[in-house]
Design a protein around this ligand. Structure first.
Ligand SMILES: [Zn+2]
Length: 71
């Protein structure tokens, strides 16, 4: 029998907070966007991939730091 090592990320949507930005981390843009809609309904927030932790955050960017913004 084969046992898979449990070294992957937990399956929860949230990974905690980014130490660089202090924002919540998400595993994907989809998770970030759905959470943004749920937490801030009616607010046009964008999801972007963080250059520091390489996970996804939501929020308004003060300047164009992000890459690949196409939502
Ligand atoms: Zn980050």
């Amino acid at each position: 029998m084969t046992l898979k090592p449990i070294t992957a990320r937990p399956s929860s949507l949230q990974l905690g907070t980014c130490t660089t930005t202090g924002k919540r981390r998400y595993t994907s843009r989809r998770h970030a966007r759905s959470s943004a809609r749920r937490l801030h309904p009616g607010t046009p927030l964008r999801a972007y991939q963080c250059h520091a932790c390489h996970d996804w955050h939501i929020g308004n960017l003060p300047h164009r730091v992000k890459n690949g913004d196409d939502w």
